[in-house]
Design a protein around this ligand. Sequence first.
Ligand code: ACO
Length: 431
Amino acid sequence: MARDTVTIIDNATGRRIELEVRRGTMGPPAMDISRLYRDFGFLTYDPGFQSTASCSSAITYIDGDKGILLYRGYPIEQLAEQSTFLEVAYLMLYGRLPNAEELDRFSRTIAKHTMIKESLKSFYQGFYHDAHPMASMVGVVGSLSAFYHDSTDIHDPASRELAALRLVAKMPTIAAGCYKYSIGEPFMYPRNDLSYCGNLLHMMFSVPTEDYVVDPVAEKALDMIFILHADHEQNASTATVRLAGSSGANPFACISSGITALWGPAHGGANEAVLKMLEEIGDASNIPKYIARAKDKNDPFRLMGFGHRVYKNYDPRAKIIRRMCHQVLEKFGDANDPLFELAMRLEEIALQDEYFIERKLYPNVDFYSGIIYKALGIPVNMFTVMFAIARTVGWVAQWMEMIAEPDQRIGRPRQIYTGHAQRDYVPLDQR
Ligand code: ACO
């Protein structure tokens, strides 16, 4: 059988460079260039990693042209419709769907780890009262490594699993703490009788002086949004977690670095940016002005919640969220919420515009998620925090997968140096 290779010819020397081709279960093949420098003296150049597979992974698959997203092979639509976030978390971490007993045990284990150390609570007091909750979250999550020495041995699978469970379990508690501190209310302890998202709603919105009943529609909507955000293969934050983890850094530090990468408006910060943009646009009559700005190369403005590096078709998550908007607004807001109307009108106009058609720019997951969060009473500066809670399971699953790789090594990209060639130091009095 012919070898699965690609041959590149170096036109300067006529030398033939033969590269092995690696093929996954699905998706485009990859040329294995790992020995290209050692054997042939060439580097590859791919800023933004547009054509680079940085790892092999069995967790998430995206077909950007067809708008397909699979977690461990299961279509996102089926999981969003029929599963729960904790079931998806199990699937991410252990590679298969749990049976009823396994799911029950897993849910109880997660519930057991929801508390944070009392002294960790004092960390919040160190932040200025108007600190962005993402800033507090980066700090508090990073500091977990100072509390859980028994789960920072990355070479021990049991220790890795314990760190993963702790992170998934404690993120809602930490996030609710960020919120409570920002509004000056007392922190609420987690309640282990509630579901993952029910507990989060309780910790965010209950107060010690009153009973709080979790609304099942809000709980279900949040659970579904969390499923949609659980993982998305090698995006900027996941790649950051893997890169930080490749140096042997502890999992709490790695997840904290993922949160920082998520924060940017080109990534997870887009949900906050979308809502601010919709509020700024204000009225459908202003849409053409903003579309024109988005198309103007001299204007840094971009239509937030539009476009994606991998999806060149409608983001399947956005389709699900768009449908969910109707349900949530009917229950909690105004079914004719002007922001939702505005978002739908903006989408309609953009999707008919040659600029967006040519570039295959479609709404992404963040275009509608903010409208749901807003209807649930979640403040705008908590939107990306919500994303971080859900994505933690993807980050830890990817981190565990990477550490378990037998030939795992430190991630170390190279560069094309464009600075000065070697030159001699000029003493100060001669300059
Ligand atoms: N508004 C206007 N033009 C856009 C937009 C947008 N939202 N997105 C891309 N374009 C244009 C670019 O200007 C570029 O045009 P050109 O070919 O004439 O130069 C072309 O479309 C390709 O865009 P790139 O920036 O090269 O695409 P890239 O893959 O690097 O970026 C990104 C993807 C960052 C998501 C981009 O589309 C963007 O900034 N979108 C808005 C922010 C956003 O919604 N981010 C959330 C992403 S989803 C997530 O992280 C959960």
